[in-house]
Design a protein around this ligand. Sequence first.
Ligand code: HEC
Ligand code: HEC
Ligand code: HEC
Length: 97
Amino acid sequence: MNRILISLPLLLSTFIVNASATPTDNLNFKKTFQSTEGVVTFDHGAHAYGRVKDCSECHSALKTFGNKVNELFAHNFCKACHESYNAPTECSGCHKQ
Ligand code: HEC
Ligand code: HEC
Ligand code: HEC
């Protein structure tokens, strides 16, 4: 009986550590978008860890765009959040020549 009481929290904490360790590596990527205005580099890791509290803040909106960023999404959704977070909103803040 005592054994079960001791090992259950141990089992649970092992599970939690493993569950959070895997996605961390997958989500630290950068994605570049080519355009006539200049290339845009989106740092997923930086956005997903620290900048934005909740994955769904972006991913529920992105879902309605088939999970792919397009110009409409970038110039409305990305930019709208940048306005409220005091992040780059001018063209050259996102597009680098
Ligand atoms: C600031 C917005 C934003 C936040 C916050 C965010 N993501 Fe993303 N995520 C994106 C964008 C943009 C893409 C790339 C979409 C594309 O391919 O055009 C992406 C792609 C992904 C992918 C696909 C990677 C691949 O190989 O194509 C996964 C998985 C993912 N995100 C998971 C997460 C998780 C989990 C979180 C929270 C910890 C998170 N994202 C937070 C915007 C965000
Ligand atoms: C918040 C970041 C951001 C800002 C600010 C921004 N853009 Fe973009 N823009 C993007 C992203 C990301 C794409 C790529 C979308 C895609 O690949 O479909 C894009 C796409 C474009 C395209 C389409 C290019 C093509 O060749 O198909 C043009 C043109 C463009 N932007 C011009 C501008 C101009 C002009 C401004 C300033 C008035 C501006 N952008 C501001 C992120 C931004
Ligand atoms: C939910 C809020 C939010 C969304 C959505 C968002 N960003 Fe950002 N972004 C930020 C914040 C916060 C910063 C950091 C501002 C600072 O610290 O100067 C930032 C910074 C940036 C920068 C400056 C370079 C860097 O990484 O520091 C680029 C480029 C950028 N974002 C592109 C994008 C693109 C493209 C999208 C859409 C696919 C997007 N962002 C969506 C909040 C957001």
